[in-house]
Ligand binder design. Structure first.
Ligand code: 2BA
Length: 109
């Protein structure tokens, strides 16, 4: 058995969870926040048999899209008004960040 942990963008979360549950996979979703952009995202926990991992990855690939996001970063120095200067960097986010872990023991009590 595997535990799939998938971090997805909030814009993709509803449709991804719907596709997973429609395909009869059991999903737990948690609200999370990315450490770099500080944007809210969604972390999915999906426990599945080994043989189902590829199908889950296929659903994630289909519904989780890459997007370009901007982040404000401080620049060296200050401007003529004595105010710190800032610039923007662009980063590509997603589709999904996926971890596939071996499950040592699974039990529902
Ligand atoms: P964030 O940490 O907010 O990162 C958003 C995007 O910013 C990342 O997209 C990546 O393109 C960029 N980024 C992250 N850290 C960076 C850094 N130190 N320097 C430059 N650019 C950086 P993704 O890689 O698609 O990640 C999307 C979200 O997935 C992340 O949001 C984080 O919540 C999670 N994540 C990604 N990799 C992870 C990892 N190795 N462990 C735990 N969570 C991870």
């Amino acid at each position: 058995m595997k535990l799939i942990i998938a971090i997805v963008q909030n814009r993709d979360a509803d449709i991804t969870v719907k596709a997973l549950t429609n395909a009869c996979y059991v999903v737990t979703r948690l609200s999370s926040v990315g450490g770099f952009l500080h944007e809210r995202n969604t972390t999915l926990f999906i426990g599945v048999d080994d043989a189902q991992v590829d199908a889950i990855l296929g659903i994630l690939r289909k519904h989780c899209h890459r997007r370009i996001r901007s982040k404000v970063v401080p620049l060296a120095g200050i401007d003529s008004a004595g105010i710190e200067r800032h610039g923007y960097i662009e980063v590509e986010v997603g589709g999904a960040t996926v971890f596939v872990l071996n499950v040592e023991h699974f039990e529902q009590i």
